[in-house]
Ligand binder design. Structure first.
Ligand SMILES: NC(=O)c1ccc[n+]([C@@H]2O[C@H](COP(=O)([O-])OP(=O)(O)OC[C@H]3O[C@@H](n4cnc5c(N)ncnc54)[C@H](OP(=O)(O)O)[C@@H]3O)[C@@H](O)[C@H]2O)c1
Length: 178
């Protein structure tokens, strides 16, 4: 299995998107975009739902969908696959893409995908924290509770906190498997 890294930018109350599923303009912060896009370029593969990928930056992709039974080819690229976790294990998806322990897969969301990988097990989760107000948004993880409490309940511990910009708009929290 590859190393599993999660990446999300959240509002003050832990939201990643507006209630209608659109990406909030206020969360598109240059310093975070630079950090995020560099990490996606570096990763050997990405895993994401239909509306959360960065196709142009990742060669190997695992695209989650309930429209197939288990695993299938992706029409857009020979190096990407469709995966329904209800019908195939993550290890099988990794085998299809020839991802081994020396590789890294970046998990890009959305909410259900971030939630699924809590149980598969993140090695690291990069949580970009902002003071943006999104009272009615969609949470980073399904259900209630602060994201930090959820990560901690799933065996991760806060390893580092650093500002990504001089204005202090984004504080990057790095959570690692304890
Ligand atoms: N702030 C952030 O860091 C951040 C991160 C990620 C996303 N976002 C934003 O959040 C919004 C995401 O929208 P979204 O809710 O549409 O999420 P999404 O995860 O991009 O797409 C949802 C689709 O993914 C598939 N899927 C998700 N979980 C699955 C599972 N457990 N098993 C099988 N298939 C699964 C399903 O596809 P099928 O319909 O094909 O079955 C589902 O309809 C976008 O605006 C995005 O930009 C923000």
């Amino acid at each position: 299995m590859p190393r599993i890294e999660g990446y999300a930018i959240i509002s003050r109350n832990g939201m990643i998107a507006n209630a209608d599923g659109s990406f909030p303009a206020a969360l598109r912060i240059d310093a975070d975009q630079r950090f995020f896009r560099a990490a996606v370029r570096r990763a050997d593969a990405t895993a994401h739902g239909r509306n959360s990928g960065l196709e142009e930056l990742s060669r190997k992709r695992v695209v989650l969908t309930r429209r197939i039974a288990s695993l299938d080819k992706h029409a857009a690229s020979a190096e990407s696959i469709l995966w329904n976790p209800a019908g195939a294990a993550f290890a099988d998806a990794c085998k299809r893409l020839q991802l081994g322990p020396e590789d890294t897969i970046a998990v890009l969301g959305g909410t259900d995908v971030f939630g699924l990988f809590l149980d598969i097990g993140y090695d690291t989760f990069f949580l970009s924290c902002t003071e943006v107000d999104l009272p009615e948004g969609r949470p980073v993880f399904p259900g209630a509770g602060r994201p930090q409490e959820v990560l901690s309940r799933h065996g991760l511990a806060l390893h580092a906190r650093q500002s990504l910009d001089t204005e202090g708009q984004v504080v990057l929290e790095t959570w690692r498997r304890a």
